[in-house]
Write a protein that binds this ligand. Structure first.
Ligand code: GDP
Length: 298
């Protein structure tokens, strides 16, 4: 668990405080703790190695070794590198909605990741904060319950949803949504693509076709933060096929781990745009690298 990291680091530095200078051996002992803590938090091994190397490079520098409080200095380096890795000072709520309306946003993800809930949350957020007129549409033709669910959540949130027409294919619904968007003056159309239990060629082909037709300004993968490294593999495969523009990590209100966030960012290089923090409609926060880094360090 991440919570242990700052304690572990403090433990290492407690043993060496009073000695003044920090040796390379001391730094290595601290790095071992960081490495173990990150691996236990389910961060992918290559990401852990890369991270530890970056911290080492900075920590063994003369400045740190001669510093008055070298322990604190290393904790600061770890913090700064975490912020860096998580996307640094990226603009919060950095959605690209400019362009000729209606601007499409494509939502992708595995079934159960929180995609439909996030679609409704995002629609409400864009309506409230960006003052845009938003239409949502479910393209999940294989699961009528999912289409119903989005319509109900949208209604509760005060957001328009595309009327459900039975028997249409996902591509036909996507076309209808964009047309409704144009004719009815919507600024943004959010398309909730079908969620599957695993990634398959048919699913990817359909999503890619929808992307071709609607030319989304944002293609966002919704992933469950609690699924750890599986989520990372999912992100990689979706990105290969759909050219994602960002990620939303749901269930960050879960057990406090940030391992998935670190790994996903490292593997895909994609910005984490939002995090899901509850089941409620307003449970969507702009991603804040500093805050997560603070939480990781404890
Ligand atoms: P989908 O199959 O990907 O469309 O998933 P849903 O949107 O239906 O969500 C699955 C379950 O996860 C529902 O019970 C949601 O209320 C819940 N959920 C979604 N996002 C979050 C979140 O950020 N935090 C929590 N605690 N629950 C969430």
């Amino acid at each position: 668990m991440f919570d242990a990291l700052s304690e572990r680091l403090t433990g290492v530095f407690d043993r060496i405080t009073g000695r003044g200078a920090l040796s390379e051996k001391d730094v290595d002992a601290a790095l071992r703790e960081i490495r173990v803590a990150l691996l236990e938090a389910d961060v992918a091994l290559p990401a852990v190695k890369d991270f530890v190397n970056r911290v080492r490079e900075k920590a063994v520098g003369e400045e740190v070794i001669r510093a008055v409080a070298p322990g604190q200095q290393v904790v600061k380096i770890v913090h700064d590198e975490l912020v860096n890795l998580l996307g640094g000072e990226e603009e919060p709520d950095g959605l690209h909605l400019e362009g000729e309306p209606p601007v499409a946003i494509l939502m992708a993800g595995l079934q159960g990741s929180g995609k439909t809930t996030t679609t409704a949350k995002l629609a409400k957020r864009i309506t409230d904060r960006h003052r845009k007129k938003v239409l949502v549409a479910s393209l999940d033709t294989r699961r009528p319950a999912a289409m119903e669910q989005l319509a109900q959540m949208a209604e509760k949130a005060g957001v328009a949803s595309l009327p459900i027409v039975k028997g249409q294919t996902a591509v036909e619904i996507a076309r209808r949504a964009m047309q409704a968007g144009r004719l009815q003056g919507y600024d943004v159309v959010i398309l909730d693509t079908a969620g599957r239990t695993s990634i398959d060629e048919e699913m990817m082909g359909e999503a890619a076709r929808i992307a071709e037709i609607t030319r989304p300004r944002e293609t966002i993968l919704v992933a469950d933060a609690l699924t750890g490294q599986d989520a990372v593999e999912t992100a990689r495969r979706f990105d290969e096929r759909l050219k994602l523009t960002g990620l939303v990590l749901t269930r960050m209100d879960g057990d406090g781990r940030g391992g998935a966030a670190l790994s996903m960012r490292w593997v895909t290089g994609l910005p984490i745009k939002f995090i899901g923090t509850s089941e409620k409609i307003d449970g969507l926060d702009a991603f804040d690298a500093k805050r997560l880094a603070g939480r990781i360090l404890g």
